[in-house]
Design a protein around this ligand. Sequence first.
Ligand SMILES: *Cc1c(COP(=O)(O)O)cnc(C)c1O
Length: 442
Amino acid sequence: MLQFTTMRIAARDCVRLSLRSFASSGATPGRVSSLQPLLPEKNSRRSVSQKAKVVCPDAQVVEAPLELLQKAVVPKVKLYGPGPSDMPASVQQSLNAPLLGHLHPHFLNIMKDVRSGLQYVFQTRNKLSFALSGTGHAGMECAFVNLCERGDRVLIIKNGIWGARAADLAKRLELDVKVLDVPEGAVADVEHFAKVVKEFRPLAVFLCHGESSTGVAHPLEGFGEVCRNSGALLIVDTVASLGAAPFRCDDLLVDCVYSATQKCLNAPPGLAPMSFNDRAIEKIRSRKNRVPSFYFDALEIGNYWGCFEDAPRYHHTAPISTVYSLRAALSNVVQEGIENSVERHIENSKYLYQLLESNGFELFVQNAEHRLPCLTTVKVPEGVQWKQVNDALMQKGLEISGGLGPTAGKIWRIGTFGDNSRREKIDEVSRMFVEEVNAHRK
Ligand SMILES: *Cc1c(COP(=O)(O)O)cnc(C)c1O
């Protein structure tokens, strides 16, 4: 025990001394490559003892990363990629509120407000609605680990990277996976889908509403009915579409939906809004085996979020500040109205298409009805290096993105999420984009 204490003091002294020797060496900031001889400070309360030298010879010392004494460099960037998106001042400020304990009555109230806000943006009365601690991917994992068990048949509609990712996850979970392949930029036909469901008899179906790798908004009408009639659960990814493309969870007969905070909601990444209906809850309750993940156990999380009658228990510590920011973001949606938000995204995306097309650009998604109103995909013209354009724009403080997965190298992706979908902002972004591409034409 005595020796343990000695070692702790010694480690602290090593760090302190290495900092001091760095400071007096006059070197520029950065990692010190080797420790200067550790000289005891004259009026230091404790000098480096023989013992300390023994317990921290040079070879064992993890040097203090002196770059951490400098302020982090965070340039101001306008975020017009596929997420994250810019935070409005109200959301930014909400992050400065003091922390509360994760079960403090006022924090529980904030969680309750967030739940109501999520029910509103999802247009659902589902009691099991909460913001999962984790990003959009966590939402996907949570949906699958709760609703599916090893060997369950799942049908994945794939028209871009998110269907591919869901299929990858489902295979890792050892589900019986069938992929309904749709060409990139296109959508599945509901009649064909119904036929595949009839033959394969899946227990769950995955569909991505806003396929951000291609810029497609997938129609949902009819898919819910097919699932309901065949007894399958419908899981929908609305990470890139919520707030921009029309979505009504209950009317569309969606059984489980998830999203993320850093796209149209304009909050920082870190939470995945989710909702499960009673059919989904029934499936979880009648599982043969327990949900194999503690952290993603939807019923446990639902208890913590106050979704059921029983008093909230500690499950994990919610990311308190991020929950504040989601409340502020949802407040903004409530102020505008979800329908108005969707309408604004649709109007402004048409404006962006018009600006791009009038400058000779071709949009990637042919059918105008299937375009995602918050993420526009533009074909890279012959002879232009897409990355040079992106790098040059980043130099000017504007982030846009190239393609992803199947569209890599073929397109640019310009995100106009939430408050970034404003006419004057679109004017600026499209002007900068068009100028930069023209400057890079051979
Ligand atoms: C961004 C995105 C995700 C992943 O979200 P993360 O927050 O990066 O984990 C999932 N699905 C879609 C459609 C997305 O656009």
